[in-house]
Design a protein around this ligand. Structure first.
Ligand code: ASP
Length: 423
């Protein structure tokens, strides 16, 4: 059995849904687990609906729900004629369930509310895709991931209970292949022991594909994307990007740690444990080779990869009494960072100062500095960029630092990281 994952872009309109159906026809006779995200940008819309609900903004709530409804109904209208009452009714019920939320008491735990509502994007998309595949003659069945993926009760960031999930998938999912070729399920969502819906964190559908593959001992996972595979740089920032044909699990984890955004970082670990290869391929050109991520490290250093993080702020702490920065201050600084929920993209220390780099969107500079103001002088430098090169050489570094000032540099054998400021 193979696991396929289709993201929001691959089901963003009726033409895209038709494309998924013809892509799957190319695998007829095979057993496939198909994990699907919410259509297009509907997760963002659902997030706005939750915000409007929490802020008791009825106008905004209605406007966004209307947009969400229109979006799905249009796709339905393109794909089905009136006679397919079943799927229209399924979609109506979900949309009505969301509409009713405005008149229900708002739970105190916003993350809980978020999960109960935002998870429905995936439910909507899989209802539509599964009805369409059946209509097209595929032996396909809709399966509820909320009954299979067991997580703890940390809403919005559910942690998977692997034993229970494996048990549920073995007992309630795998036998469905006896009578079906394609099982369609939702990415991104799970459930708690009490039966409440949870989500696995934004972009979590790749991870769901990894979970299903691990628990079913799948032969492979394919993530179908609108790019030809994993590229060595983001085409937004670089002109001459190159596809990575084959990289190791380890390299893929490194790249996603530094910020390469093609695959959700958690996806690789379960696959690596069972040596299940992961393919990244184009849903627009399914015959093309794409990228394979597997055990072999043989090709890892053939091509340098570039990862850019924009809008970074560099904070530097010095003790007020000019004492050295030692373990004691570091643990105090880390403690404060954890409490403030600040994640660092890079850190460095010298005798008298300690520097960290943070995404500017994730921190309010004045508030942040005030947390440390009693014990440290804090200076900062904003509008910076963090550039990481895997498998660098002098040329690739020169290329990146042209017209830029290098504020900080870190090198290991395979990776160089540079904090840069526009000159
Ligand atoms: N629909 C979710 C999101 O947009 C999960 C996913 O697509 O991976 O974050």
């Amino acid at each position: 059995m193979k696991v396929f994952k289709f993201g929001g872009a691959s089901v963003k309109d009726s033409a895209a849904v038709r494309n998924v159906s013809s892509l799957l026809a190319g695998f007829s006779g095979e057993k496939l687990t198909v994990v699907v995200s919410a259509m297009g940008k509907s997760t963002n819309k659902l997030e706005e609906i939750v915000d409007a609900l929490v802020n008791r903004d009825k106008n905004l709530f209605d406007t966004n729900l209307e947009l969400l409804t229109k979006f799905h109904i249009e796709i339905l209208g393109d794909l089905f004629t009136e006679k397919h009452f079943g799927v229209y009714q399924q979609i109506d019920e979900i949309l009505e369930l969301i509409a009713r939320k405005f008149n229900e008491p708002i739970p105190e735990n916003k993350a809980f509310l978020y999960d109960q509502i935002v998870s429905l994007g995936e439910v909507l998309s899989t209802f539509i895709l599964s009805a369409f595949l059946q209509e097209e003659g595929h032996k396909a069945k809709w399966v509820d991931a909320r009954k299979l993926i067991r997580t703890n009760s940390i809403f919005q960031e559910g942690k998977v209970d692997w034993n229970k999930t494996e048990q549920l998938i073995t007992q309630n999912f795998l036998p469905l292949f006896d009578n079906n070729n394609i099982l369609i399920t939702q990415g991104f969502i799970g459930h708690t022991a009490e039966g409440f819906t949870t989500t696995l964190g934004r972009e979590g559908s790749d991870y769901t594909a990894g979970i299903f593959a691990y628990c079913t001992n799948a032969e492979s996972v394919t993530i179908w994307k609108d790019v030809p595979g994993m590229l060595n740089a983001d085409p937004k920032y670089f002109n001459n990007t190159v596809k990575l044909n084959s990289i190791s699990f380890k390299e893929a984890i490194e790249l996603s740690y530094y910020g390469a955004s093609v695959i959700h970082p958690k996806t690789i670990q379960p696959l690596q444990k069972k040596y299940i290869p992961l393919f990244v391929k184009s849903f627009l050109n399914p015959e093309a080779e794409g990228t394979i991520i597997h055990q072999s490290t043989e090709n890892d250093n053939l091509i340098p990869s570039f990862i850019i993080k924009k809008d970074q702020v560099l904070f530097s702490f010095t003790t007020k009494d000019f004492s050295f920065i030692v373990e004691e201050n570091l643990s105090d600084i880390f403690d404060k960072l954890t409490k403030a929920n600040v994640t660092m993209n890079l850190m460095q220390n010298s005798a008298l100062d300690f520097s960290i780099l943070v995404d500017s969107k994730k921190v309010n500079v004045t508030e942040f500095i005030s947390i440390f103001a009693n014990d440290y002088h804090v200076k900062y430098n904003s509008a910076l960029e963090l550039a990481t090169i895997r498998h660098y050489n002098d040329n690739t570094i020169a290329q990146l630092i042209e017209n830029k000032e290098v504020l900080l540099e870190q090198r290991t054998r395979h990776t160089v990281r540079l904090v840069l400021k526009e000159k």
